[in-house]
Design a protein around this ligand. Structure first.
Ligand code: GRF
Length: 217
């Protein structure tokens, strides 16, 4: 059997993306093993979900550090000692410093609840609704030194409905996040992903021919 990719998940919130990765990993659909879950938030649901699944957890509270780099240094040390090969940020509400990036070049990925490069940053469902966009979605990308700017691995598109609320749109997007994040991790685990500048090449991936129009007549 092929050796499983040693994965760490970093999360600050409720951890539904973490849960989808745990579920896929437990069902054998993922050639990755979550060896560590780190949260900066002691009350995060992600820590609870990981504990329930018997995964090693660590809470590193950013409030205990005066500089971002010192916090990142502590996170990097934990990841190195767990011999982590890939880091998935899943609702991790901290900006990554160069200390962290340089320790794991092209080994950090993130999920963002919008179709990048549209609507980076925070409160993105509100931004998409306020803009009057007809579609939004989610993006899995490598992390670089910008905010939500790294090379894109996979995206899913969802329609925006005329009577949408932020919560309804967020839920529709989240459902797709739970599909595409494990998929991206699996491609990386299979060694099929290569980054060439901004372009991410995925060997033998099926490319969609689907064209979406919204609204329709
Ligand atoms: C997700 O929408 C993710 O895209 C964003 O933060 C949210 C985290 O949700 N970065 P959860 O904690 O995985 O439920």
């Amino acid at each position: 059997m092929q050796k499983k990719l040693r994965l760490a998940v970093l999360a600050s919130g409720s951890g539904t993306n973490l849960q989808s990765i745990i579920d896929q990993s437990q069902s054998g659909a993922l050639d990755a093993e979550i060896v560590l879950v780190i949260s900066n938030n002691p009350g995060s649901g992600a820590l609870e979900r990981a504990e329930q699944a018997g995964i090693k957890t660590l809470c590193i509270n950013h409030r205990d550090f005066s500089a971002r780099e010192d916090f990142d240094q502590a996170v990097v040390a934990a990841l190195k000692s767990a011999e982590v090969e890939l880091i998935a940020l899943a609702g991790f509400m901290r900006i990554i410093s160069s200390v962290f990036l340089q320790a794991f070049p092209q080994r950090i990925i993130n999920i963002h609840p919008a179709l990048l490069p549209a609507f980076p940053g925070l409160n993105v469902q509100k931004k998409a609704l306020d803009y009057g966009a007809r579609f939004s979605g989610c993006t899995v990308h490598f992390v670089d030194d910008g905010v939500d700017t790294g090379p894109i691995i996979i995206q899913a598109v969802v329609p925006i409905h005329a009577d949408d609320t932020e919560a309804a749109l967020a839920a529709r997007i989240l459902e797709q996040e739970h599909e595409i994040y494990p998929q991206a991790i699996q491609w990386i685990a299979e060694g099929r992903v290569e980054v060439e500048g901004r372009y991410v090449r995925i060997r033998a991936a099926m490319h969609s021919e689907q064209i979406l129009i919204n609204p329709t007549s």
